[in-house]
Design a protein around this ligand. Structure first.
Ligand code: FES
Length: 291
C-alpha cells in the first residue's frame, strides 16, 4: 500500500491519493498527477523549491531511503537537514525530516507530505522603486556561497550601524531613540546569525563584497544617519531606518526575481519576505508615532 496524504496551508483540506505499484515515481510526479500544488522550479534537485516534510506513518520503516549526495548537499545548503540527520541517514538508514519532492521516490508505504506552498514575493511598492533601479545596475552574483557572503555582509554591517547609532544617541541622552536602534540592531544580528547558519560550511568570507560594489558605496540597510544628532526625533529615526530596511528588501527582491540560479532565487525570496516584515514593523511604528 502506498497512500500519500498531502497537507498544506494552501489547500482547503488534506488530500490522500493512492500511488499504484509500478507507477509511483517521485513525490513531485505523484503530486503533479493529482494536481497537488507543491511548488517546484528545476524539477532536477538543483533549486530546493520543492522541499517538503515527509512523515513516515509506520515508524518501523527505515530502509534504503535513497538520499543521494546531490539531494543531501542541497538540503544542507538550504538549511533543511542537520548534521545529526545526515549521520542518522548514513549510519542507520533513517529518513530525514525534509526531502526534495522531485528527488524522493514513493515506495510501498504510507506517508504524509507537508509543504508550505509557493510564497509569492511581497509586492513591491512604488515608494521603493528607486532602490530597485539602483540594484538592477549590474550587481551580478554567481553562486549560492557568493549570495550568502553578500547577505552576511549586509546584515553584519546593518547591525553595527544600528549599534553605533544607539551609542551616539545614548551619548546625547536621547535614550528613547537609542532603545529603538538597539532593537533594530537585534533584528539584523538575528538575521545575520540565520544567514551564517544557512551557509553552514560554505566559505562566505571568500565572497565578502567590497564597498565599491554597492551603488552608494555602503551596504543596503544602512540609514542615512551617521552622526549623533541630539535633536533627532523618534519619528525621523524611524523614517531613516525604514529607508535602510527598504533598500535591504529591494536587494533581496531584485535577486529573487532576476538571479539565473534557482537556489539563489529561492533563498533570496525567503530573505525578501523577512525584510518585508521589518519594513511592515517600522511602518506600524511610524503610524503609531504619528498619532
Ligand atoms: S524542483 Fe526539486 S530541487 Fe528544484
Amino acid at each position: 500500500m502506498a497512500n500519500i496524504t498531502f497537507e498544506s496551508p494552501v489547500m482547503g483540506k488534506d488530500v490522500t491519493v493512492y500511488a499504484v505499484a509500478g507507477h509511483r515515481g517521485t513525490i513531485l510526479s505523484v503530486a503533479k498527477a493529482h494536481k497537488i500544488p507543491i511548488p517546484f522550479d528545476c524539477g532536477d534537485g538543483d533549486c530546493g523549491s520543492c522541499v517538503v516534510e515527509v512523515k513516515h506513518l509506520n515508524p518501523k520503516v527505515r530502509y534504503g531511503i535513497g538520499l543521494t549526495e546531490k539531494e543531501k548537499e542541497l538540503l544542507k545548503q538550504i538549511g533543511k537537514i542537520t548534521k545529526e540527520e545526515i549521520e542518522n541517514t548514513e549510519v542507520n538508514d533513517m529518513p530525514p525530516r525534509h526531502r526534495l519532492a522531485c528527488q524522493c521516490f514513493v515506495r510501498d508505504e504510507d506517508i504524509r507530505v507537508i509543504f508550505d506552498g509557493d510564497e509569492v514575493l511581497p509586492a513591491k511598492k512604488p515608494a521603493v522603486s528607486i532602490a530597485a533601479a539602483i540594484f538592477s545596475g549590474g550587481l551580478e552574483i554567481n553562486s549560492l556561497a557568493e549570495f550568502l557572503g553578500y547577505a552576511v555582509k549586509v546584515e553584519a554591517e546593518a547591525a553595527e550601524h544600528f549599534d553605533d547609532l544607539a551609542k551616539d544617541m545614548e551619548k546625547c541622552g536621547n535614550t528613547e531613540v537609542a532603545e529603538l536602534f538597539k532593537k533594530l540592531s537585534g533584528y539584523s544580528r538575528l538575521h545575520h546569525d540565520e544567514v551564517k547558519a544557512q551557509a553552514g560550511e560554505l566559505d562566505t568570507e571568500l565572497y565578502m563584497p567590497e564597498e565599491h560594489v554597492w551603488p552608494d558605496l555602503v551596504t543596503p540597510e544602512q540609514t542615512e544617519l551617521w552622526a549623533g544628532d541630539p535633536w533627532l526625533s523618534k519619528l525621523d529615526a524611524l523614517k531613516a531606518a525604514l529607508h535602510g530596511e527598504r533598500l535591504g528588501f529591494e536587494f533581496y527582491h531584485h535577486l529573487a526575481e532576476t538571479s539565473a540560479l534557482p537556489e539563489i532565487r529561492t533563498m533570496a525570496k525567503e530573505f525578501a519576505k523577512e525584510e518585508s516584515e521589518h519594513v511592515a514593523i517600522l511602518e506600524q511604528w511610524i503610524a503609531r508615532e504619528r498619532h
